[in-house]
Design a protein around this ligand. Structure first.
Ligand code: FNR
Length: 369
């Protein structure tokens, strides 16, 4: 258990002090809006609100889960409370990091608890898929899932799918057999929505279709092009073999832009587009491709560790203003209207998608036919 706590702390340290970003882009540079010289709307009337799992949010940005249960717990608690205050202020959803530490060490619960400062925030708990695997000793089931949500009074549970990260770390949980069946059983009984989320390697359409078939409520594509968990593990590796493996897989995965298109093309599930989202134009592209939210983790970590609520809000406000400006320049009054404006896809993203989906149809419809 102690190992889990130390590991989470090391992750934050490396994310703050080193370059842990993918060396490749998230693909959105290949997605282009067509500038509209006659937008026929007033910039002030633009509404950035979205609906998700029965709730209304003021802005289409999701604060992706990062932490909880670090050694000492104070740091994690400060990060989560800082993010939660910003989320409460802006009326946007947020996730906490993996609650595995809390399941093992219930006394760390406070580091995930934000209801005192964020009574209305749509809060998402977090557990890892390998913990539900058939071959995992003391595998998780509904009891642990309920504990994760109810201890922190969350509104939904995210289950992270992170085979990449687990596979390149020495103490990784590489059991994944029986995860889909376990999630299907959990979903059948569980009274809260479940979001399946990747953590930087993206979700393919084959996986998305399976997740939809068992009733999963939403997908956070967690695509390639932002924080690389293989990158984080590179810095944590203890020997040359470990460093080599993590470096080799640093840029493994499906780019965020591609993953959004694959999931939107193949399912009706709401999408959170996370992975290297660093400006509002990129975020608007994800929304235009059919995501409900753009998700952000790493850029918010720095102000959050300092307890700088205004700093977190400032970063988010910049994204919001950039999304709004983009919407003005393509004549979209609402996020749903963004999904109908023309898009042009070029380069690597076009090459990939042309082999995987009917790209012309997708660009016309941007929803499953
Ligand atoms: C994460 N992420 C993450 N995801 C998850 O499901 N459980 C977790 O415990 C964590 N922990 C975590 C810690 C830190 C410090 C970071 C930066 C990220 C992954 C996160 O939710 C997101 O999917 C990726 O970081 C990609 O987004 P960015 O960082 O490129 O914006």
């Amino acid at each position: 258990e102690e190992l889990t706590l130390i590991r989470k702390f090391e992750h934050i340290e490396h994310c703050l002090k080193r370059n842990v970003q993918a060396h490749v882009s998230n693909g959105f540079e290949d997605v282009h809006f067509v500038h509209m010289s006659l937008p026929e709307i007033d910039k002030e009337e633009i509404d950035l609100g979205v609906e998700f799992l029965g709730r209304k949010f003021d802005y289409p940005i999701f604060i992706a889960g990062m932490t909880g249960g670090t050694r000492g717990s104070q740091l994690a608690g400060k990060i989560n409370k800082t993010l939660a205050k910003a989320a409460q202020e802006l009326n946007i959803p947020m996730g906490v990091g993996s609650q595995r530490a809390m399941i093992r060490k219930p006394e760390t619960w406070e580091s995930y608890y934000v209801r005192d400062v964020a009574p209305d925030v749509f809060l998402v708990g977090n557990l890892g898929a390998p913990q539900f695997a058939e071959t995992m000793p003391d595998r998780y089931g509904i009891e642990e899932a309920l504990k994760a949500v109810e201890t922190v009074q969350a509104d939904a549970l995210a289950i992270h799918l992170n085979p990449l990260q687990e596979s390149v770390q020495p103490e990784g949980d590489t059991q994944y057999r029986g995860v889909l069946k376990a999630l299907a059983e959990l979903k059948a009984e569980f009274p809260y929505p479940i979001i399946a989320k990747e953590t930087g390697a993206g979700v393919s359409m084959e996986v998305a279709v399976r997740l939809e078939s068992i009733g999963i409520d939403a997908i956070d594509v967690g695509g390639l092009g932002g924080t690389s968990w293989s990158g984080v593990e590179y810095y944590r590796a203890k020997d040359e073999m470990g460093r080599n493996l993590a470096l080799r897989f640093w840029d493994w995965g499906i780019k965020t832009a591609i993953s959004v298109a694959e999931v939107r093309y193949s399912t009706d599930l709401p999408i959170i587009a996370t992975g290297g989202m660093r400006d509002g134009i990129t975020m608007a592209k994800a929304l235009a491709m059919g995501a409900t939210f753009a998700g952000v983790a790493l850029p918010l970590l720095k102000p959050a560790v300092k307890g700088d609520v205004e700093g977190v809000i400032k970063v988010l406000q910049r994204y919001i203003e950039e999304i709004r400006n983009t919407m003005f320049l393509v004549g979209a009054r609402k996020v749903e209207e963004l999904r109908k404006v023309p898009l042009v896809v070029t380069g690597f993203t076009r090459e990939w998608l042309s082999q995987r989906i009917d790209l012309a149809e997708f660009l016309r419809e941007r929803r499953r036919k």
